[in-house]
Design a binder for this molecule. Structure first.
Ligand code: SAH
Ligand code: SF4
Length: 344
């Protein structure tokens, strides 16, 4: 069954066949512009809402909610209709409210440091399942206004390409978010990066680089054997040239692995010609991956080294570290308790 939020405007009108034509407008406005749950779109008769709810039940059932940063970060584990689980994280900052959404249940890429990668792939998410994460987060963010969406939760968005691009278009259209405030994070599916560059979507692309020599990157990111750095650099160049959008490079600092002076020099060689912005994140510990995140002094020194060589860099604060908000970690520890979303 399709999530109500997976329907286009025309599909919604079809689902309402036999009703007066203005019903589709009322519902569409209630669901998208006003962001109400179906039960609260009271411009539409209750019987009709009930019929729709039976045909298009919510795709997401909250299983667990974890709150940290004094309520500034909230993370949900959602069960899908078939029992697969995904994570969504809502983060309040001074200047923006961001939701981090999943694009797949699990992930097939097998990055060695990533909890999602260790757990393996379950299935692709549907368009409705991706959009519903944003709708729920937008509602829960109130009275603050959700401004940013990052496809940086579970899964590899560019391995679920049609859904990712469909979601970006709907978010920039029906949900009314600025495309500039939408970010796709990719492990580096080079051909899909080039395809995305041709979509005419002014979104931000974040490339999870983590190493700029093939030997190390092969170990951290198995996909590097398929699309090694030279191929990735070509795709990144296409992205920058075609879109004129800034490229972000994600770099999870791992003690003694990619935080050395040699690693710094390699990163500068990759990032500088692309005028890329580097996001440094100390690695979140993952059970089963036996190295640690870099110490805070090393993180700061690495950032300063980049800045001194003319590469823009910031250290991303590890939101939700205390609630195991790193990719895939909540799903790993959950005991399947069911909770209701807290209203605020
Ligand atoms: N598959 C996509 C998006 C989801 S992962 C990608 O890989 O980009 C989102 C980000 O979390 C990626 O940059 C990934 O490298 C990072 N990540 C995964 N596990 C992590 C960990 N244990 N500590 C820090 N960052 C991690
Ligand atoms: Fe998948 Fe991204 Fe985790 Fe790699 S880092 S396993 S691509 S979710």
């Amino acid at each position: 069954m399709t999530s109500l939020y997976g329907l286009t405007r025309d599909e919604l009108a079809e689902a309402l066949a036999g009703e007066p034509p203005y019903r589709a407008d009322q519902l569409w406005r209630g669901l998208w512009a006003e962001g109400r749950p179906l039960g609260e779109v009271t411009t539409v008769p209750r019987a009709l809402r009930e019929r729709l709810a039976a045909a298009h039940p919510p795709a997401l059932t909250p299983v667990e909610e974890v709150v940290s940063d004094r309520g500034g970060t909230r993370k949900w584990l959602f069960a899908l209709a078939d029992g697969a689980t995904i994570e969504t994280v809502l983060m309040h900052y001074d200047d923006r409210v961001t939701v981090c959404v999943s694009s797949q249940a699990g992930c097939a890429m097998g990055c060695t440091f990533c909890a999602t990668g260790q757990a393996g792939f379950t299935r692709q998410l549907t368009l409705g399942e991706v959009l519903e994460q944003v709708v729920v987060a937008r509602r829960e963010a109130r009275p603050a206004r959700l401004s940013n969406v990052v496809l940086m939760g579970m899964g590899e968005p560019l391995a679920n390409y049609a859904v990712t691009v469909g979601a970006l278009r709907r978010l920039a259209g029906d949900v009314g978010l600025s495309a500039r405030h939408l970010t796709v994070s990719t492990v580096g599916v080079a051909p899909a990066m080039e395809r995305l560059a041709a979509e005419g979507l002014p979104v931000t692309l974040a490339l999870s680089l983590h190493a700029a020599n093939d030997a190390t990157r092969d170990e951290l990111v198995p996909l590097n054997r398929r699309y090694p750095l030279e191929r990735l650099f070509a795709a990144a160049t296409t992205w920058v040239e075609r879109t004129r959008r800034r490229l972000s490079l994600e770099w999870a600092l791992i003690d003694g692995v990619n935080d050395t002076d040699a690693a710094l020099a390699e990163l500068v060689d990759f990032a500088a010609p692309l005028a890329a912005h580097v996001n440094l994140i100390p690695l979140n510990p993952t059970p089963g991956f036996l190295v640690r995140g870099s110490r805070p002094e090393r993180v700061a020194a690495f950032r300063d080294g980049l800045l001194a060589r003319g590469v823009n860099a910031t250290v991303r604060n590890t939101r939700g570290r205390s609630i195991t908000a790193a990719c895939g970690q909540l799903a790993q520890v959950s005991r399947g308790r069911r909770v209701a979303l807290r209203r605020r």
